[in-house]
Every structure is written in structure tokens, then in C-alpha cells.
Design a protein around this ligand. Structure first.
Ligand code: NDP
Ligand code: GDP
Length: 339
């Protein structure tokens, strides 16, 4: 019989790639999709990957215990991937209580649903390198102390330790994957890589002239989401639950990432980039770089996509997407003000 996976956050970037990966492994895939007024759009990432008809969507929310218990009882999952979160750092200052409810308490809710309805299910928690924040070590691994710098990161620390605690308290197979930034053509437009590749594509097509960014000196360890979801699955195939850092081991500044995107279209970044202090954050995470040695040794995992290939894929996908969009619908996405 096919193994069953339940994914919260199935409509997000990682949910889409993880669904495709699990389907390729023969899993029956179910995903939690919260109610939206944009019903026709909620599965747009699954559609992009051509798998929308193969994932069963279930109406539930990680802030609603009853809905998760009913979903777990209906699906009877072998593996539960908790990817749901309010995942954008600036929004976590604008909406700290919502972020705590979804990104922190949502983890307890998911674990409680399993403890009550199906405690033998293997559980994956989507933890984040943002937990390292004001990094206490130049290269971060599973033993590096946390110093979160945003309500989002504080919430992720809560989720991480709740996962560890349910493992230690109840013997649950609960694993925390500490993933460094990972991107793809399905990354949300508000995150810096996708903002840059979409902006560069617009400049290439003559739809825009400038690209406004905040702190371009920040450095991140960027990998490809498609590589990283394989690590999630590998973690749940281990006999013992544990914590793992997933990273490439290399870091790049926002400025250099941006330059790579402009190089892809043969344009000079300095003619288009505008630094906008309004986009600076109240507290910044200046530099992250992870040590994936444990994942390599225990899981046999390593990042496969190079940084250059990642940015090239994203730029090309945005040019293709915008070229296929009717001219009247090519206006840039308007993000709500966060102050
Ligand atoms: P996305 O922002 O693309 O996806 C977040 C998902 O959570 C969406 O499906 C969203 O649904 C869902 N969600 C939000 N609130 C609720 C709720 N109340 N109930 C149920 N679902 C909800 O994130 P990613 O795919 O990039 O990331 C996946 C996870 O990994 C997140 O937890 C993120 O914080 C974490 N992470 C991501 C990293 C990255 O670089 N991408 C790095 C480290 C950790 P909707 O579509 O309706 O908004
Ligand atoms: P994060 O690492 O989860 O916060 O991912 P982001 O992609 O949102 O941001 C990565 C880094 O890019 C942070 O240090 C931001 O301050 C920096 N950055 C600079 N300009 C921008 C911008 O315009 N948008 C975003 N999202 N980030 C920016």
C-alpha cells in the first residue's frame, strides 16, 4: 500500500516541491490548504509543477486544533511535514501576534494533533537558519546557540524546541530541519531573490527601469528548494529523530546575487539598482553560512544546484512567465506597506 504524507503549507514553495518529490516516490500526498477568497489561485504552485490533480487538498488551519485532528484522522499519515508558517520576516514585525500564533503555536497544535490522533506518525518541523540571527559562530551548525532577530525567528526557536521537547517527552519521531535560505522560480515575490529576478526580467522586457532594494550587504547561504525538500524526506527515513542543518556551505551578498541576475540579461546593475533605506529592517541578520557536514555524513545529502544555476533558472523563468502574460496584466505586484 502507498505510504501517506500530510503536508501543512502545501500551497507554498516547499510544499509544492515536496509534493512532487513524494509523488515520484509513490506516496499518496495530502495537503492542508487554509480557506482563501482566491480559491482559483491557491494551488498555483502545484499547477506550475503539473501535479495539482495528484495532491488531495484538505480544509484545515494550523491555528485550529480540531481541524488538524480531523485531518489526521481522515488521512492517517505515515509522515507529517509541518511547513506552514507566516514566513516573511518583515511581516513578522507588522503582525507579531499572528506570526507567533501560526509560526510558533502552530507547531504545538500540529504536534498535539498527532499526539492525540496518531502518535506514531513521523513529524518534520521546518526550522530556519534565521534562528541563528546575530550569529554566535562564523559558520553555523546544529550546536550553534540561537540569537533570533525578528518575531519570525523567535517563533521558529519556539517551534524548534517544542519539536525537541515532544521527542524527549513523548518519544515521538519528531525532527527539526534547520534549513538555510532556499529559493526557486516558485519563491514568493516578496523575498529578495525572487524580487530581484522578477525585477531583472521586467527590465529586460522594458516593463521597468529601476530595482529598489534595502540592505544589499547582507549575506545568505542560498540553495535550491528542490534539493532541500529531499533532505526533509531523508530526515524522516532515519530510525532516530534528530536535528539537521541543511545548507550549501557558501555565502553570497545580496549585491552579488543581484549582479548575477543582471549578468544573466547582459545589463549593468549599477544603472538600475536603487538603495531604499525604507527597506532596511529594525534588526538585521547580516551573515549566515551553514555547515551541512552532519547531513552529508548521516543522510548522504548534499546540495546539487550551484548558485549560478539557481539564479539563471529563476531569471529565465521570470522572463518566460512575464512574456506569456497578457500586457494588461504585467503590472508589478503591489505589496502592502508594512509600517
Ligand atoms: P511559503 O511562505 O512559500 O509557504 C508558507 C505556507 O504556509 C503556505 O502554504 C501558507 O498558505 C501556509 N500557511 C500560512 N499560514 C497558515 C495557517 N494558519 N494554516 C495553514 N497553513 C498556513 O514558505 P516556504 O515554502 O518558503 O517555506 C516552508 C517552511 O519552511 C516555512 O515554515 C518557512 O518558514 C520555513 N523555512 C523556509 C526557508 C526558505 O528559505 N524558503 C528557510 C527556512 C525555513 P497560503 O498559501 O494560504 O498563504
Ligand atoms: P530572509 O533571510 O528570510 O529574511 O529572506 P529575504 O529574502 O526576505 O531577505 C534576505 C536578505 O535580503 C535580508 O538580509 C534583507 O534585509 C535583504 N534585503 C535587501 N533588500 C531587500 C528587499 O528589498 N526585500 C527583501 N525581502 N530583502 C531584502
Amino acid at each position: 500500500m502507498a505510504r501517506r504524507a500530510l503536508i501543512t503549507g502545501v500551497t507554498g514553495q516547499d510544499g509544492a516541491y515536496l509534493s512532487r518529490f513524494l509523488l515520484s516516490k509513490g506516496y499518496e500526498v495530502h495537503g492542508v490548504a487554509r480557506r482563501s477568497s482566491h480559491l482559483g489561485l491557491i494551488d498555483h504552485r502545484l499547477r506550475w509543477l503539473g501535479i495539482d490533480g495528484q495532491v488531495t487538498l484538505r480544509d484545515a488551519d494550523v491555528t485550529d486544533l480540531g481541524s488538524l485532528i480531523r485531518t489526521v484522522e481522515a488521512v492517517r499519515p505515515d509522515e507529517f511535514y509541518n511547513l506552514a508558517a507566516q514566513s516573511f520576516v518583515p511581516t513578522s514585525w507588522a503582525e507579531p501576534l499572528l506570526t507567533a500564533n501560526v509560526t510558533a503555536l502552530g507547531v504545538t497544535t500540529a504536534l498535539e494533533a498527532l499526539r492525540i490522533a496518531r502518535p506514531d506518525t513521523r513529524f518534520y518541523q521546518a526550522s530556519s537558519s534565521e534562528m541563528f540571527g546575530l550569529a554566535q559562530e562564523p559558520v553555523q551548525n546544529e550546536r550553534t546557540p540561537f540569537h533570533p532577530r525578528s518575531p519570525y525567528a523567535v517563533a521558529k526557536v519556539f517551534g524548534h524546541w517544542t519539536t525537541v521537547n515532544y521527542r524527549e517527552s513523548f518519544g515521538m519521531h519528531a525532527t527539526s530541519g534547520i534549513l538555510f535560505n532556499h529559493e526557486s522560480p516558485l519563491r514568493g515575490l516578496e523575498f529578495v531573490t525572487r524580487k530581484v529576478t522578477d525585477g531583472v526580467a521586467r527590465i529586460k522586457l522594458g516593463l521597468a527601469h529601476e530595482l529598489r532594494l534595502g540592505n544589499v550587504d547582507a549575506q545568505r547561504d542560498w540553495g535550491h528548494a528542490d534539493d532541500y525538500v529531499k533532505a526533509m524526506w531523508l530526515m524522516l527515513q532515519q530510525d532516530q529523530a534528530d536535528d539537521y542543518v541543511i545548507a550549501t556551505g557558501q555565502t553570497t551578498s545580496v549585491r552579488e546575487m543581484c549582479r548575477a541576475a543582471f549578468d544573466r540579461i547582459g545589463a549593468d546593475m549599477d544603472h538600475h539598482l536603487v538603495i531604499d533605506p525604507a527597506l532596511y529592517r529594525p534588526a538585521e541578520v547580516e551573515r549566515l553560512v551553514g555547515d551541512p557536514a552532519k547531513a552529508r555524513q548521516v543522510l548522504g545529502w548534499q546540495a546539487e544546484t550551484s548558485f549560478a544555476d539557481l539564479i539563471a533558472e529563476m531569471v529565465d523563468a521570470d522572463i518566460e512567465r512575464l512574456s506569456a502574460t497578457p500586457p494588461a496584466q504585467r503590472r508589478p505586484v503591489r505589496a502592502p506597506a508594512l509600517d
